[in-house]
Design a protein around this ligand. Structure first.
Ligand code: HEM
Length: 419
């Protein structure tokens, strides 16, 4: 339980990440906070909140004092029955973003080896083909939902195929994935928490069963590669660790990419001139991918726990406190990015954003995410002369961390431009 701030730390009650106005557009309040109170204490969240780039980067780079063990800690108080279900029946353990040394560097090294640049190159034609099928299926000249038709299926099908999950299970896997954000980063009622942790259990059991199947029937996938390492030395990678990696990737590997693709398309809808430039010169697309990650970060906040008493900007934070890093605010810090509130096609240093974190936990899926985003933008801009985002109320899942449209009604125009 947080001990709260000393007298020199500002306390802000106006930071409510669940407020519909904030969810619709958090950036005006974040700009004000970054200016007036770059570090403040939120009694409602019981967290110390950081909004300035340099402070957040320094925290990421200091894992000895700022531990990542709390990144998947539910922010709402958990119903004791849900806690008991997780304690007794959940098959996965912390191995990735919330894992600590010495386990974390060992797992990270093995995951890096199977997530190699070679596998990414081998994967590219498959991703391209999947994206082409999805983009071709989008109707031209009539309304469609880009989330259902593209931004969700592309990353989800890619990560599930990479793990080797059978294609016929995808609907089930999607349904299980949907709830995970809410239990960790949302505010669910006790009954909903219980339902959702039951899906955790079912999903982790599914991952365990998949590991057992792949032990008997190896295939050309990441699960088999991880099991090769296990066969070489079970102490280097246990079966439970492989199960846990699959469970972690099934989540980390698509929700985020879905969100940033949705956010970026939404903003590109406001910039037909950038769309036209992408069509003329697809070489600018990787820069637009970085700008999309910077401008509207799909992971808006991430957390750390102070392992010891620390001081930031002269403010004392005791040991054992939760620190909230607002990546969405850091990515628009004018100390680092010129005119940060503008979405620019060619921004120098756009890739300095903190959307993937930094330091020892830097996102291991960043090359895959970047590849998917680049291919999606290439194919969409090639197919549609103009992308019209239809008027709608922007709706994102009410939660502390993940930001992206739940639906994105749009019309892709081919042929004559529309007035
Ligand atoms: C645009 C999409 C994505 C974003 C914005 C994103 C963001 C992040 C962030 C903020 C972290 C935490 C970094 C930290 O604590 O310092 C992270 C960690 C991680 N991400 Fe991603 N991610 C994305 C896509 C992916 C994909 C596609 C995968 C896998 C296929 C993936 C796998 C991971 C893993 C394994 C970690 C933990 C790394 C570690 O602790 O060593 N991510 N990601």
């Amino acid at each position: 339980m947080s001990s709260g701030p000393g007298s020199q730390c500002p306390v802000r009650h106006d930071f409510d990440p669940f407020d519909p106005t904030y969810l619709a557009d958090p950036y005006p309040l974040l700009a004000e906070l970054r200016q007036d109170a770059p570090l403040f204490y939120s009694p409602e969240l019981r967290m110390w909140v950081l909004t300035r780039y340099r402070d957040i980067e320094a925290v990421f780079r200091d894992p000895a004092r700022f531990s990542s063990e709390v990144v998947f800690e539910p922010i709402a108080d958990m119903d004791p029955r849900a806690v008991e279900i997780l304690r007794t029946r959940h098959r996965a353990m912390p191995v990735l973003a919330d894992a600590q040394p010495p386990l974390h560097p060992r797992i990270r090294r093995h995951l890096m080896s199977v997530f190699s640049a070679r596998r990414m190159r081998v994967l590219e034609p498959t991703v391209r083909q999947r994206a082409a099928e999805l983009v071709d299926r989008l109707p031209a000249g009539e309304p469609t939902d880009l989330v259902a038709g593209l931004t969700f299926p592309l990353p989800a099908l890619t990560i599930f195929a990479l793990e080797g999950f059978p294609e016929q299970d995808v609907e089930q896997l999607k349904a299980w994935s949907d709830d995970r954000v809410h239990v960790v980063f949302g505010r669910l009622s006790g009954e909903r928490q219980i339902q959702v942790v039951e899906t955790f259990v079912a999903f982790s059991q599914y991952c365990e069963d998949h590991v057992t199947r792949r032990l008997a029937e190896p295939a050309d996938d990441l699960t088999t590669d991880l099991l090769e390492i296990h066969r070489g030395d079970p102490d280097e990678l246990s079966l439970k660790e492989v199960t846990s990696i699959l469970f972690g990737l099934s989540f980390a590997g698509h929700e985020t990419t879905t969100n940033v693709l949705g956010n970026t398309l939404r903003h590109l809808g406001e910039h037909p001139e950038i769309w036209a430039r992408m069509r003329e010169d697809p070489a600018i697309i990787p820069g637009i991918v970085e700008e999309g990650l910077r401008y509207d970060a799909p992971v808006q906040t991430w957390r750390r726990l102070t392992r010891e008493a620390v001081e930031i900007d002269g403010i004392h934070i005791p040991a054992g406190e939760r620190v909230l890093l607002v990546l969405g605010a850091a990515n628009r810090d004018p100390e680092v990015f010129e005119c940060p509130e503008q979405f620019r096609a060619q921004r120098e240093g756009a890739n300095r954003h903190l959307a993937f974190g930094k330091g020892i936990h830097f996102c291991q899926g960043a090359p895959l995410a970047r590849m998917e985003l680049r291919i999606a933008l290439e194919l969409l801009s090639r197919r549609f002369e103009r992308l019209e985002i239809l008027p709608h109320a922007f709706e994102t899942a009410p939660n502390l961390a993940f930001r992206g449209p739940l639906r994105l009604p749009a019309i892709g125009h081919v042929g004559a431009a529309v007035a």
